[in-house]
Design a protein around this ligand. Structure first.
Ligand code: FAD
Length: 410
């Protein structure tokens, strides 16, 4: 049996340590924070969306093709059912929402219950847990990692599993530094990149903070007049500095990419009909309901709080009736509901992402064992890999599955 050091006591590291110790290995888990699973505790707004319901095929479909191909073997070996069975055996009851997201039963501290279940599992398996132990360097050269440094102390082991997470929410312990060290040791890596983050705007609407646009689609184009690059159906909510909400998070990575490429422009369509169809419907309304206020019509598609300021912006008085609406004013109203301009984004913050894109290049990691190519005793798992799924429990599932594969030292 081997001595194993696992770096990182988050979702992936906990599962890796538990699995390796269950197989009889002597496992030490090093965690920089003073307690385990800090990011897990704040996940899902403290409720922890553990995984997503459905067959492995459906889970894989949420990832990019390259990531899905990589994830397939480890997901099949330790899938969502396996994660939930494990938690149920530890007394964590779960439920599945209509949208397929699986959570622990709704009660205060439900995310903490998940962390405590994993902590119980690793302790029972005999893992030596060292919290407050930040690894400050890796010692060794390919093909052999000799040890890790925790402050001045050098720790040796037969095998090492790196599960140090991504680089977002650094206050949870994930600063992303180990990716840089792996790069220095010759491992191909992709730099950290923001994902699932709120989007700051060049011209934010602080007066609208808290207002949501619902049921429509956030659209990204290459500039105000540029071609459509991407779209995501879902809600957004205005923040003091920009937008957040499901559609904003999902489009944040593409938005930052387009911004860095030189041109990004965001609009929100509260009506998914083409402008011509909305325009035709408005013209019918003008004929059949001429005394209806333009403001009342607009309010059918936009939140009340936005109607007056938006109408003022396009020069339509509040008291204007549809029969008084000029052709150009009509077009402007149609544009507001089919493509409300949000404008240019500012830098999407890596630190505020629910996940960090980038990480160790999947092409150099064995998808069955998480072994890093060119190394005989080094495995990487979790968000440290170049894996990033959408919101919905996919990222934790990826961490659990790859963690299990890494700990499966047979
Ligand atoms: C606000 C928020 C909400 C989220 N909600 C969800 C959700 O509901 N569902 C979902 O699927 N995903 C969610 N995610 C994403 C999910 O939490 C992560 O993808 C997942 O935790 C990654 O697991 P990991 O084990 O790879 O990394 P982490 O869970 O981040 O664990 C890595 C650990 O390594 C430690 N570490 C780092 N560097 C060192 C070092 N040098 N030495 C020692 N220890 C170190 C860190 O302190 C950390 O504890 C959320 C993320 C955030 C930020």
């Amino acid at each position: 049996m081997a001595s194993v050091i696992v770096v990182g006591g988050g979702a992936a590291g906990l599962v890796a340590a538990w699995r390796a110790a269950s197989l009889g290995h002597r496992v030490t888990l090093l965690e920089a924070n003073n307690r385990l699973g800090v990011k897990l505790r704040i996940s899902g707004g403290g409720k922890c969306n553990i995984t997503h319901d459905g067959p492995p095929k459906a889970i894989l479909a949420a990832f990019s093709r390259e990531q899905a191909r990589f994830l397939r073997p480890s997901l099949h070996a330790f899938d969502n059912r396996a994660v939930l069975d494990l938690l149920h055996r530890e007394g964590v009851e779960t439920y599945t929402r209509d949208n397929g997201r699986v959570f622990p039963m709704d009660r205060p501290g439900s995310a903490t219950a998940v962390v405590e279940a994993f902590e119980t599992l690793v302790r029972r398996a005999g893992v030596a847990i060292r919290t407050g132990a930040r690894v400050t360097a890796l010692a060794g050269r390919a093909p052999h990692l000799e040890g890790v440094l925790v402050e001045d102390e050098r720790l040796h082991a037969d095998a090492f599993i790196l599960a140090s997470g991504g680089a977002s929410y650094p206050e949870t312990g994930t600063r992303g530094e180990i990716l840089g060290w792996l790069k220095a040791l010759g491992a191909p890596v992709r730099p950290w990149f923001p994902a699932l983050a709120p989007i700051p705007l060049h011209k934010p609407r602080p007066d609208w903070e808290g207002v949501s646009l619902r049921g429509g689609e956030l659209r990204l184009s290459a500039g105000a007049e540029g071609r459509r690059l991407a779209a995501f159906a879902g809600d957004i909510v205005f923040t003091r500095v920009g937008i957040s909400g499901p559609a904003a998070l999902e489009l944040s990575q593409g938005t930052e990419r387009a911004r860095r490429d030189g041109a990004a422009w965001l609009t929100y369509a509260t009506s998914l009909e083409p402008p011509e169809t909305v325009d035709a419907a408005l013209q019918i309304e003008q004929r059949t309901n001429p005394r209806l206020l333009a403001a009342t019509w607009t309010q059918r598609l936009l939140p009340e709080r936005l109607v007056e300021p938006l109408l003022a912006e396009v020069g339509v008085p509040r008291t204007l009736m549809l029969k008084e609406l000029s052709k150009s004013a009509r077009r402007m109203l149609v544009a507001l509901v089919t493509a409300l301009p949000l404008g240019e984004p500012q830098t999407v913050p890596l630190a505020r992402g629910e996940v960090a894109a980038g990480g160790v290049d999947l092409a150099v990691v064995d998808p069955r064992t998480m072994a890093l190519r060119g190394w005989e005793n080094l495995r990487v798992c979790g968000e440290l890999l170049d894996l990033d799924g959408p919101v919905g429990g996919y990222n934790l599932q990826a961490a659990f599955s790859t963690g299990y594969a890494a700990g499966n030292l047979v």
